[in-house]
Design a protein around this ligand. Structure first.
Ligand code: SAM
Ligand code: SF4
Length: 447
């Protein structure tokens, strides 16, 4: 039996791609091992969204350079593979496979070539209208399942490599997505997460022609499915019917991740984001006016070329106005092939760091306030684990907040008894900036 090891970098799309690659390999008779040392085939599924992520992969490859003499085969998959292409063979001659995500449907053929001893196997074409649909996906998480509904990206944000690394936008048919959702429910999953670089740009290519809101509603109506999440939404394609769907179907989680990137309309224009600050705020208004209490999270890029102090202050002001439940802040990173590389007014590194820290500090106070408003409320959590160090169960609310809690009736996993994978009602007793703490309430105690 041939053995393989796979390490994944980057986003949820990559994590899920790795689950599909894993399934494809297991199906071909490979066995997964826990360390690269034990493996004959070592795969890195890579991310190139920022320079640091890309460097990590090359460091990893350097680390195992010497092992190549011992009959190991190395493969680079994902965004760095697509971006660097055959240059990887020059930088790391012990690599034998370089394949971007748009070529994964050809993975079985590439494996045949590798097994035949070919040491320069590539899958680098972006010219595809296929999605990587495979019946062999092997999921890591037994309780929450990822489902890719749309791959690639047709936008052209001035800072971003994704359109170059993941190819053009292509949606799966609604029939195929619904079949997968039903089959997951039948095998015991109660929570699914619909994935796409711009998940809400989904457009059913079959004659049924569902849009994203229709797909959401239908996925949320599958018997056995209690929670449907989705990420990432692009503000330009974010329509009111998505909020209406959430309002009407409690299985759709009341959390929207809507990356704004900047609070300044002029920076947004130079980023080629296709919306203004006002247009973005209109979408926030829809969410604030919804019947359900929708948690809103975002991504921000600090120090995009030409971002002035006044522009940055607009972002601080926007953060105050929206009161996000959580925020990912990234320092702008120069990426190959992108339009922003040509911009000449780059912000110095120290200034990017200063802005990032200022925003982090501001956001921490906002999160503290937001989370404090949950103290005294009872929230339903999906239980994900148990923390031995704190003696608490780890749960997640529909709004995607971590809620650690104690349970007097089951203070720890015991004789095969566990809460993991179950749902529990928890009274929130304390709040921190990044999580909530509480105590489980049994049905008879819920007011
Ligand atoms: N499609 C999503 C959207 O348009 O909002 C974002 C997907 S991207 C993979 C995830 C995040 O990485 C972006 O929201 C952005 O904040 C960040 N990002 C992308 N390129 C970047 C760059 N060159 N430098 C810093 N952050 C970047
Ligand atoms: Fe990148 Fe923009 Fe596409 Fe998002 S919409 S993946 S940020 S190019």
């Amino acid at each position: 039996m041939k053995t393989f090891y796979i390490e994944t970098f980057g986003c949820q799309m990559n994590a899920h791609d790795s689950e599909k690659v894993r399934g494809t390999l297991l199906e071909r008779g490979y066995m997964q091992v826990e360390t690269p040392d034990e493996a004959e085939l070592v795969l890195y599924n890579t991310c190139s969204i920022r320079d640091k992520a890309e460097q990590k992969v090359f460091n990893r490859l350097q680390q195992f350079k010497r092992a190549s003499g011992k009959g190991k085969v190395f493969g680079v998959l994902g965004c760095v593979a697509q971006q660097e292409g055959e240059r990887i063979f020059e930088r790391a001659p012990h690599v034998s496979l370089v394949a971007g995500s748009a070529s994964y449907t050809k993975l079985p053929e590439m494996l045949v070539q590798l097994e035949a001893g070919n040491r320069r196997v590539t899958g680098l074409s972006l010219d595809t209208d296929e999605t990587f649909d495979t019946p062999f996906t092997r999921r890591d998480n037994p309780h929450r399942a990822y489902i890719t509904i749309i791959e690639g990206c047709d936008k052209a944000c001035a800072y971003c490599v994704v359109p170059f690394t993941r190819g053009p936008e292509r949606s799966r048919t609604s029939d195929s997505v619904m079949r997968e959702t039903r089959s997951l429910a039948e095998s015991g999953y109660t929570e699914v997460q619909l994935l796409g670089q711009n998940v809400n740009s989904y457009r059913d290519p079959s004659p049924r022609g569902w849009d994203f809101s229709q797909l959401l509603t239908n996925a949320g109506s599958v018997p056995g499915i209690r929670r449907v999440r989705f990420t990432t939404s692009h503000p330009r394609d974010f329509v009111k019917s998505i909020i209406d769907a959430i309002d009407e179907n409690p299985a759709l989680c009341n959390h929207v991740h809507l990356p704004v990137q900047s609070g300044s309309t002029s920076v947004l224009a130079r980023m080629q984001r296709l919306y203004s600050r006002d247009e973005y705020m209109r979408r926030i208004e829809w969410m604030k006016n919804a019947k359900r209490d929708i948690a809103i999270t975002t991504d921000i890029i600090a120090g995009f070329p030409g971002e002035s102090e006044a522009d940055f202050n607009e972002t601080l002001r926007l953060a105050d106005e929206v009161e996000y439940d959580s925020m990912f802040i990234f320092k702008y990173s120069k990426r190959p092939n992108t339009a922003a590389l040509q911009y000449d007014d780059h912000v110095p590194e120290e200034e990017k760091t200063r802005r990032l820290m200022l925003l982090q500090e501001r956001q921490r106070a906002i999160q503290m306030r937001r989370n404090a408003s949950y103290v005294g409320k009872t929230e339903e959590v999906h239980v994900e684990g148990f923390n031995v160090a704190t003696g608490q169960w780890i749960g997640r609310t529909t709004q995607n907040k971590t809620l650690n809690f104690s349970d007097a009736a089951l203070p720890a996993p015991d004789e095969g008894q566990t809460l993991v994978g179950q749902y529990a009602d928890v009274l929130v007793t304390r709040a921190g900036p990044n999580s909530l703490t509480g105590e489980r309430v049994r049905e008879s105690c819920v007011q």
